[in-house]
Design a protein around this ligand. Structure first.
Ligand code: NAI
Length: 362
């Protein structure tokens, strides 16, 4: 296993670099593991964030992804009030025939070499069994099978619940409604989070429009939630009250924002905006955007509670605070005439700056 720290000279020109504390290139010839671990900011605690298992076009694309995702984790953890910093890992396989357990054990060895600077968990493409394999090599891992009465296991239902509560806050703010009966919601992506979100929305009386590239998931949602199905490329532009992106990032762009037909964009996907400017374009069009890393913090709250040994009640309490954080952001966005993503970034950066040793000494 090779773990090499990238130099600042290697990083400054990279898309997504934000003065990250440390970025490592990892590789293991024996298992075919390749990847990056990025630690963005540890002022509030160890850099915590999931491990994404994905196929990238090239190394630069993977590096840019880990840089953006780890920065978002610093902001997410700060806004959720967790004693954790921001980190993330992306890994891919150099060959097709990997032994998954050995592959993730090798990743665990890489995490162990960082001695707690980074704490890993599941993300897109990784599951509980992978984290169990990681845990054979390091204790700096969360998202493991839940112990009786303790937080743990798959974080997706908690992420979905936080998004559901966040949609409630957005609906109250933008539409002056406190119930979801007949609310029209378009959900993009019916994976671990999207499906659970549909469940909660359906139970609350919302009318669902859904899309996924996986036909079986679409059929299941149509049957279970009486959801109307549309083609995947059309879902974001449906005439609905709320669009909930719950697939991959970068789906809202300068080019497509003019085609949105919803009053609210509020979903689970990380890094939904292809650039910060997209948030301002939405504001100018009167579309309320719930910043992704604020509304989707439910999962990391559970993962953090498991890692830090906090109770299930504490998890519920913290997730219950997501609507309040959003309300504050929506109000500030209104009176400052700034996009909600800009307001959230400013609040998160202020919290981080206040925790840096230099700030504490002033
Ligand atoms: P997942 O991999 O289980 O589900 C993603 C779904 O999106 C899949 O069903 C996939 O077929 C679908 N999809 C992919 N491309 C699509 C397209 N072009 N149009 C429609 N559907 C498409 O992932 P998961 O865990 O549900 O996460 C969803 C998003 O939420 C990701 O962006 C993830 O980073 C984010 N997130 C997830 C958390 C969690 O607890 N799982 C926590 C915080 C954020």
């Amino acid at each position: 296993m090779k773990v090499l720290r990238l130099t600042t000279e290697e990083l400054v020109a990279c898309d997504g670099f934000d003065h990250h504390e440390a970025v490592y290139s990892i590789s293991d010839v024996e298992t075919g593991l390749e990847g990056f671990i990025a630690v963005h900011d540890t002022a509030l605690g160890p850099g915590a964030g999931g491990c994404r298992f994905w196929t990238y076009g090239n190394r630069a694309e993977a590096l840019s992804d880990v840089l953006r995702l780890s920065k978002a984790m610093s902001f997410k953890n700060a806004m959720a009030g967790l004693p954790l910093g921001g980190g993330k890992a992306v890994v891919w396989a150099e060959r097709g025939d990997i032994d998954r357990t050995s592959f993730f054990r090798a990743f665990g060895r890489a995490v162990e070499t960082l001695k707690g600077q980074y704490v890993t968990a599941e993300d897109v493409g990784t599951r509980i069994e992978d984290m169990v394999a990681v845990s054979a090599e390091t204790s700096f891992v969360s998202g493991l099978p839940a112990q009786e009465g303790q937080p743990g296991g798959d974080p997706s239902p908690k992420t979905a619940h936080g998004v559901f509560l966040g949609i409630g806050a957005a609906v109250k703010f933008a539409l002056s409604r406190s119930d979801m009966k007949g609310l029209r919601v378009a959900v993009q992506g019916l994976g671990s989070v999207g499906f659970h979100l549909c469940e909660e929305l359906h139970r609350a009386g919302a009318e669902l429009v859904v899309a996924d590239i996986d036909e079986a998931k679409v059929r299941a949602a149509a049957e279970k939630f009486h959801a109307r199905v549309v083609r995947a490329p059309d879902i974001l532009f449906e005439p609905v009250d709320v669009v909930a992106p719950c697939a991959l990032g970068g789906v809202l762009t300068k080019e497509n924002v003019s085609r949105l037909n919803a009053k609210i964009v509020a979903g689970a996907a990380n890094n939904q905006l292809s650039s910060d400017q997209v948030g301002e374009l939405m504001r100018l069009r009167g579309i309320l955007y719930a910043p992704d890393y604020v509304i989707n913090a439910g999962g990391i709250i559970q993962v953090a509670a498991e890692y830090l040994g906090l109770s299930s009640d504490m998890v519920e309490e913290r997730i219950g605070m997501i609507p309040m954080s959003l309300q504050q952001i929506f109000e500030e966005s209104n009176w400052r005439h700034q996009s909600t993503n800009h307001v959230a970034d400013t609040l998160a950066r202020t919290r981080l700056a206040g925790s840096h040793p230099a700030a504490a000494a002033v």
